[in-house]
Design a protein around this ligand. Structure first.
Ligand code: FCB
Length: 486
């Protein structure tokens, strides 16, 4: 058994009452996945390769050379997967649309066979009473668009807006929650900075250009969606906003390191998206890398679109200090690289936060989630929040009877959902929570090594087995209350 979560120094304070935390009646309980991580069928029905197909097929890029060619075969098994969601009493399901499946090569007309898959999936969800939440971009850029420059190229933002409009037109009648981008930080800083994600480039200036064009893509796509979606539809973005903490809270140098990383992790996206401007000190801190002349006069207005909600993805906080020379090889939790994902911050060291860790090596700290929710409650007053991802990887294994018992994941979920509950009590408008992930899947550079699912997948047979956390979560969803963690 893991140590009860309330005994570690960094966990959420124990509620004084013994009553089970109860959520608002309309609170949505969901699970999330993404296209490349689950669908497989990479060469079917006209789909063309994305940067993740190319990257995962490049030797040395993913653990064991794993690819998403088959993933968990969701493209063919979606009906059974939706039935499983129903069995688990999910109220909502967040999935992503594969861009190269609906607009092969990233240009030209939409392909009906690709769109039909998402029509069938959403019909199935609606038939089971499960609310679909659609992410337009979860990292699978069509390879042709990368060949034309990728996210550092301005045109990619316009291509994305066109694609968003096509999907909006096709599915706007049945999807009410739309997320433009998933974690643009990972796309820009891991894809073009440290290179541990596709397309695997390591160019500090291109990283910041990519970040700007992802912001522009979000703004233009939001405008395109507004033209096709019915007024009831909500448009949001999912940010992996980090809770960044200084190693020595009294050290001015560590606080300055915290400020700089916070700008590169958070301000670079929420600045323009929520406030219509980049943090001024982000521009000056990175002046040695770029002059930011890629920002055109009307861009900030285009990016700063009214949103209906903000999605927050949270796993673990960051702990930083000032360091004259930070280590040259670093693991940022997504993979090791000799290149920093943080342009202009080579003199910042990252530390392991104290406390227990998940199988990813990520410290379990629900206070970071509470802090994050309260931060955005202050930064964007009145903007409803969804936790669009939260969860943990563990080394799950079936017992001799084939059952998968994962008490550590139950403790993780209990701790973080308690933090959400506390934030709601503190005045935050959190409308729902999406557990990452519905089922075990392709965990990017880690391949199939890391299991995040509430449902266990036997990759040899594709058999799905709900873990004990899935049953625990189903009970929470059914009762709108957190069952005890043990
Ligand atoms: C997030 C990604 C998601 C998954 C989890 C563990 O950064 O959005 O696809 O990999 O991490």
């Amino acid at each position: 058994m893991p140590k009860p979560i309330t005994q570690t120094p960094t966990t959420d304070p124990t509620p004084t009452s013994t009553a089970a935390p109860t959520f608002p009646p309309s609170f949505l309980w969901g699970a999330a996945t993404s296209a490349y991580q689950i669908e497989g069928a990479v060469r079917e029905d006209g789909r063309t390769p994305s940067i993740w197909d190319t990257f995962s097929h490049t030797p040395g890029r993913t653990a064991g050379g794993d690819t998403g060619d088959m993933a968990v075969d969701h493209y063919h098994r979606y009906r059974d997967d939706v039935a499983l969601m129903k069995d688990l009493d999910l109220g909502t399901y967040r999935f992503s649309v594969s861009w190269p499946r609906v607009q092969p090569t990233g240009r030209g007309p939409a392909v009906q066979r690709g769109l039909d898959f998402y029509r069938r999936l959403t019909d199935e969800l609606l038939a089971q009473g499960i609310k679909p939440a659609l992410t337009l971009y979860h990292w699978d850029l069509p390879q042709e668009l990368e060949d034309a420059g990728g996210w550092p190229a301005r045109d990619t933002a316009y291509r994305f807006a066109e694609y968003a409009g096509m999907v909006g037109e096709a599915l706007g009648d049945r999807v009410d929650l739309w997320i433009t981008l998933n974690e643009p930080w990972c796309s820009a800083f891991l894809g073009y900075g440290s290179g541990v994600h596709a397309p695997g480039r390591t160019e500090p200036a291109a990283t910041l250009r990519a970040a700007h064009h992802l912001n522009l893509a979000h703004g233009l796509a939001t405008q395109a969606l507004r033209q096709t979606l019915p007024p009831r539809a909500e448009v949001a973005v999912s940010l992996n906003s980090s809770t960044v903490r200084p190693l020595s809270p009294d050290s001015p140098a560590d606080n300055d390191a915290r400020r700089r990383i916070d700008n590169l992790a958070n301000g670079v996206f929420h600045g323009p998206m929520l406030h219509g401007e980049y943090p001024a000190d982000l521009i000056t801190d990175t002046a040695g890398i770029t002059d930011w002349s890629f920002i055109h006069a009307t861009d900030l207005a285009a990016i700063h679109q009214p949103l209906d909600a903000l999605g927050l993805n949270y796993y673990t906080p960051s702990l930083v200090s000032s360091a004259p020379s930070a280590p040259t090889t670093r693991s940022d939790g997504h993979g090791a690289s000799d290149h920093s994902p943080w342009p202009g911050a080579d003199d910042v060291a990252f530390h392991q936060s104290p406390g227990e860790r998940t199988e990813m090596g990520w410290t379990i700290d629900p206070t970071g989630l509470h802090d994050l929710i309260m931060r955005y409650t202050r930064e964007a007053p009145g903007l409803p929040l969804y936790i669009t991802e939260n969860g943990a990887a563990y080394d799950d294994k079936p017992d001799p009877e084939g059952r998968v018992h994962d008490p550590e994941r139950i403790a993780y979920l209990h701790g973080h959902l308690s933090a959400v509950h506390r934030a709601i009590k503190d005045g935050a408008d959190v409308r729902g929570y999406y557990l990452w992930s519905l089922m075990d899947n392709f965990e990017w550079a880690y391949g199939y090594e890391k299991r995040f699912g509430a449902v266990y997948v036997d990759y040899a047979t594709q058999k799905r087995t709900p873990k004990s956390s899935a049953h625990w979560y189903a009970q929470a969803s059914r009762t709108n209350q957190l069952p005890p963690a043990n």
